[in-house]
Design a protein around this ligand. Sequence first.
Ligand SMILES: *[C@@H]1O[C@H](CO)[C@@H](O)[C@H](O)[C@H]1NC(C)=O
Ligand SMILES: *[C@@H]1O[C@H](CO)[C@@H](O)[C@H](O)[C@H]1NC(C)=O
Ligand SMILES: *[C@@H]1O[C@H](CO)[C@@H](O)[C@H](O)[C@H]1NC(C)=O
Ligand SMILES: *[C@@H]1O[C@H](CO)[C@@H](O)[C@H](O)[C@H]1NC(C)=O
Length: 559
Amino acid sequence: MATMTNENSPLLADQDRPDNFIDNDTETTPKTTSRTREVALFIWALLATAAVIVLAVWIQHNQQTTSRRVPEKRNLVMMVSDGMGPASLSLTRSYRQHVHGLPIDDTLVLDQHFWGTSRTRSSNSLVTDSAAGATAFSCGKKTYNGAISVTPDYEPCGTVLEAAKRAGYHTGLVVTTDITDATPACFASHVLMRVMEDDIALQEIGDGVLGRSVDLMLGGGRCHFLPNTTEGSCRLDDVDVVRMAKEKYNWTYADSRKGFNSLKGGNNVQLPFMGLFASNDIPFELDRRNMNDTYPSLSEMATTALRALELATADSDKGFFLMIEGSRIDHAGHYNDPAAQVNEVIEYDRAFKAVLDFIDQSNTETVLVATSDHETGGLATAIQPPGHLPVYNWYPQVLANASSSCERLTARFQDHISSNPISDSSADKIKSWVNDELIVSGLGITDATDSELDLFVEKPAEAIYHLTDIISLRAHVGWSTHGHTAVDVNIYTSDPKGLNDGSRRNVENTDVGVFLREYLDVDVEEITKELQEKMAKPDVSMLKLDAPIDEYHLRDIIG
Ligand SMILES: *[C@@H]1O[C@H](CO)[C@@H](O)[C@H](O)[C@H]1NC(C)=O
Ligand SMILES: *[C@@H]1O[C@H](CO)[C@@H](O)[C@H](O)[C@H]1NC(C)=O
Ligand SMILES: *[C@@H]1O[C@H](CO)[C@@H](O)[C@H](O)[C@H]1NC(C)=O
Ligand SMILES: *[C@@H]1O[C@H](CO)[C@@H](O)[C@H](O)[C@H]1NC(C)=O
């Protein structure tokens, strides 16, 4: 057996190889020379092999230290422009050029960081809502409209934020709507329908099966955190979530501009920190800036969050994951209010720039990826009014002349008619008040027609739409719906190479979610498993999946 091994072993076989293996054609070569050559060749082969091994180890080491799988400390900022489609960009770009007298090649900061486009459909509809849209980002999975990080079979799915927290990252959410609204909710909670905001609030502070996953929350929606015994509560139960957050989960808390200012731009934040600066939505940027700075802007909150998370991770080998949402671009789309929308998009662009500035000064590798969950409103930057020929233009000055959003004007209208009830005898007075106070002084429009004014007394509940129709018509801005559309949305990034090999393309919204978890190199499946083991099986009998959208969304923002 031993001899057989010898014969078959290639290493030993070489030693037994007849000389003519090498010297086949050189019969004159003495045997000793041949031996010397053989030894020399053997040593050469040995050295070459060693060199190859050393090289391979070095290359592999080098690959590991620069590859995705063993990341250096890194931060990831995801920005969501809720409801912003490509036409919102055209509208805002032209508006800005017009208002500031900029050249026609002047672009938004976003435009300079375009990467590609995303398809947005949900599992049960060609037109997604924000819940299914955000679940695509948070879990990387398609689900049904209304689902907050649960799959079509009603099972919870782990989110990139939860997995990041588990892996040692710090985490944050910044929004301009309720912090319990669909987009932020999808990163830190799991419920069957987005209306379950009482439950979402509890999970967000840490009162769920995973404990606390969020370190920083800034935005609106305070009413969901106050017990129903308190004025300004919108909870159905008497749970004092703010108190629970402080006492049970160690959150520090602020609910005012003064509290926001005391954060000193993020230099003075004790995590976990929750800042709820409005009862519901933070007012549209168009209104906010005329309200004595009562509310922080999106860019102020974004800058503060970045600084706070940078400081909190200064001595950590893990960075942070932060989601920043321009939440109310969507609301302006639902209302069909173009003046409110351009100002929301400009503020979103400012926040985008603030993140880029942060990246420039940061020593930690940071990638910003920004996209929308869907388009809202079916916005078109031209219309053909009924009975007219097409006009190849739209008129940004009309939007520039508006000093209030239609939402704010509608609140004034509701106040006015609650103390001046509409009747046959009061109708004319109310119409003239609407014209003077809302249309002329709020929208800067001086040619409202009688039939437009009649609508305010005939259908007062739809005042908001009467106002947005008046301004949209004059600006020649068109809308196809008060809901969402299926148009593809844009993706932007600080670093196309950070996103993939640098090639640009059209992707599925779930691909964005997969990118997030891969960039951070976190295990979302592990969280999914834990959630499915620990969460009670839901009662799905109350679900109405094909309920019209206004049953669970529009009434929040209009009602
Ligand atoms: C407040 O919540 C409690 C349960 O937590 C409920 O019994 C009570 O009816 C609620 N009150 C109101 C006014 O909704
Ligand atoms: C809250 O802080 C206290 C004191 O620092 C600590 O003992 C406790 O574990 C913390 N609780 C939670 C839920 O983090
Ligand atoms: C802003 O402050 C001024 C002066 O205190 C006050 O008159 C005005 O009503 C305030 N405006 C708003 C929108 O709160
Ligand atoms: C905008 O307002 C100015 C000043 O009130 C007015 O002269 C102008 O006609 C308005 N422009 C449009 C397009 O409404």
